[in-house]
Design a protein around this ligand. Sequence first.
Ligand code: ARG
Length: 263
Amino acid sequence: MPLFSRRLAAVATAALLCTASAGASLATAPPAGAIVGGSAIATPPVWLAAIGTPAFVIRPSGQFCGGVLVAPAKVVTAAHCVDFLRPLPTLLSATFGRADLSKKDGESVQVKSIWVQPGFKETTFKGETVEHNDVALLTLSRPILDRAPLPVIGRGGLYPNNVPAQVYGWGTTSETDLLNFHLRGAQIPLVPDARCGDAYGSSFDKRDMVCAGGPQHDTCQFDSGGPLVIQGRLAGLTSWAYGCARSGYPGVYTRLSSFTLPL
Ligand code: ARG
């Protein structure tokens, strides 16, 4: 989608122009929360990471995506978040325990290498970028031993429609809000595959995507790569949608039960 392309361009430009010390934040607004609907979270879940780079100066902590610790030195995120940085993995870091991105608390760990799911590719739907096979695995430069990883849904695991799912992220609280820097979470309903297919046609592929959320609660920009948690397991990753919280256009998440990660 356009915003994300601009973000990529901004990261790429910043990466070229800036040194690692250029982490200064342009944040002036008070934290309003992230995610459409939902509520602010004071203490992030131990396994939740903000993925960023000091080169991304337009957001504090350089944050542009979410990620989840799934093993002591492994963080899962969306492929579209990190694919363009594959040649430069050490520009990336995973920050744990920081609810407010404009603070310096918590723990930041540099990324050593990036694995991207083969078959990751991008197409478009109404000008929006559609992400296929949108999962990547980051290897950290050191293991995080004092934080319990989040278990990942098993291969072939199910997504029951009547079970609530949780999403988390530092992203925007609406399509027009660009100044949210505080972690938020929301409980969102899963959307049946047939309904998601009605919304997105052949752009929706139930083999690697699952839909959730609606006009009340949805993820939005900069939430990508963050978790969809079902029954205490990492079941999905925020991936794409047509806008945010638009009626008839649910959020699309990477269906993690379809993948075997190189853990
Ligand atoms: N692609 C977006 C990102 O990079 C995530 C969009 C999710 N949108 C939604 N309405 N659920 O942050």
